[in-house]
Design a protein around this ligand. Structure first.
Ligand code: SF4
Length: 76
């Protein structure tokens, strides 16, 4: 049976892990559009200048945003 101190150490480790994940997500959201999935496809339901038609029917449109500039002015 873990002691109270051991449980607190585990909780602190988990809290630190989540804090670093949240910090990374915060930083990444400043340059990667939240509508861009991991396959560089756009999931947004509105117009955007970075959106390009998919090659095959049923595929999501491609996102040509370079993740270097602020993506928000491209939204229509
Ligand atoms: S096309 Fe526009 S809305 Fe879609 S993922 Fe790219 S930047 Fe975001």
């Amino acid at each position: 049976m873990p002691t109270r101190e051991e449980l607190q150490q585990r909780l602190d480790r988990i809290s630190n892990l989540f804090a670093s994940i949240v910090a990374h997500a915060d930083e990444q959201s400043t340059w990667r559009c939240p509508y861009k999935n991991r396959f560089d496809r756009c999931t947004a339901q509105f117009g955007c200048r970075n959106k390009r038609k998919a090659g095959a029917a049923g595929e999501l449109p491609l996102c040509i945003g370079d993740d270097k500039l602020d993506y928000r002015p491209a939204w229509e």
